[in-house]
Design a protein. Structure first.
Length: 323
């Protein structure tokens, strides 16, 4: 027997449908307000509005995706991860959602999961430059230089204006010892972003590797001018002076490196070496002691280093560098 719905049942259906429509319209209004707040850079307000939209429409992919992006702006990687995982569960075919999930997972230290997310993003959309780039960075950081090179090259093939990929390729070639190729890779990076200190820093490393200290010094100085807090640039500038036997010139950039990074053991070591070459025993021993405390292996290196030859018979030097 067919059940009788009757007038009351039909009215209930209508009311439920109207309520659903009203909630949908209300959610869309809240989302519009959230988008406006996001455009204005009011990320806390945008997050609050997206959370309201989430209550009204908990299965809306776009709400969770935008909440994740806003959470990233607010440096809340945990919440960003939560909403991106919800987003990809609602729309598994979204390459950008998998890509951003990978970015968040890297930030949270889940490198294996991040790699899978980037690979999934590329399977869905092989044009996602940032997925190739982020995979390349993971491989580079893990020391798999050949794999990193292929991925970074693919990134610039999909987007020839992706400046960060050229910078990473330049650094990769420096690590490989292919300094000419590093300079070749860094030229488009410089053209795309002539005020990027990382480009000049890597150019400095490449010029130093090619035995062109004057150009290396100029490049490191440009990196420092663009980023006065660039400890590694100060360190390498000082190291070039040390290698070219301009020991007095080496002191200031090496001191700046230790000032900016008090845990920079190699900078303390090279500073000690410069003072030793200048015959300033007390300063040499003071900085060598700091270097050896931070990195004990440097003590053994100093015992074999010609820069400390004047001190090799010094009792205090022997005490500092004892096994």
């Amino acid at each position: 027997m067919k059940p009788y719905i009757g007038w009351c049942g039909s009215l209930l259906c209508v009311l439920l449908t109207l309520a659903s429509c009203n909630e949908g319209k209300q959610a869309q209004n809240v989302i519009a307000s959230a988008e406006e707040a996001k455009r204005e850079g009011e990320f806390l307000k945008a997050a609050d509005l997206y959370h309201q939209a989430e209550q009204l429409s908990p299965q809306d992919f776009e709400v969770h995706y935008q909440l994740a992006l806003v959470s990233l702006e607010l440096k809340d990687a945990h919440e960003a991860e939560e909403h991106l995982k919800k987003a990809v569960s609602l729309r598994p075919d979204s390459g950008p959602a998998h890509l951003n999930l990978g970015v968040v997972l890297v930030e949270r230290g889940h490198r294996g999961e991040a790699r899978e997310a980037f690979l999934q993003a590329l399977q869905l959309d092989p044009r996602l430059t940032r997925a190739y780039y982020n995979l390349g960075v993971l491989e580079l950081e893990d020391g798999r230089l050949d794999a990193a090179e292929g991925l970074l090259k693919q990134a610039v093939l999909t987007n020839p204006a992706h400046q960060a990929s050229y910078v990473r390729l330049g650094n990769l070639y420096v690590r490989k010892g292919d300094f000419s190729q590093a300079i070749y890779a860094l030229k488009p990076a410089l053209a795309l972003a002539p005020q990027d200190p990382k480009v000049f820093y890597n150019l400095g490393l490449a010029y130093e590797g090619l035995g062109r200290p004057g150009e290396a010094i100029d490049a490191f100085r440009k990196a420092i001018a663009l980023n006065p807090s660039y400890a590694s640039a100060y360190y390498n500038l000082g190291t070039v002076f040390l290698k070219t036997q301009d020991y007095q010139a080496a002191l200031e950039p090496l001191r700046d490196a230790t000032r900016l990074d008090p845990e920079f053991s190699d900078a303390y070591y090279n500073l000690a070496a410069a003072y030793a070459r200048l015959g300033e025993r007390e300063n040499a021993l003071q900085y060598l002691w700091r270097a050896a405390r931070l990195q004990p292996g440097l003590a053994a290196e100093a015992r074999k280093d010609d820069d400390f030859e004047r001190l090799h018979a010094d009792q205090e030097f022997l005490a500092v560098t004892q096994p």
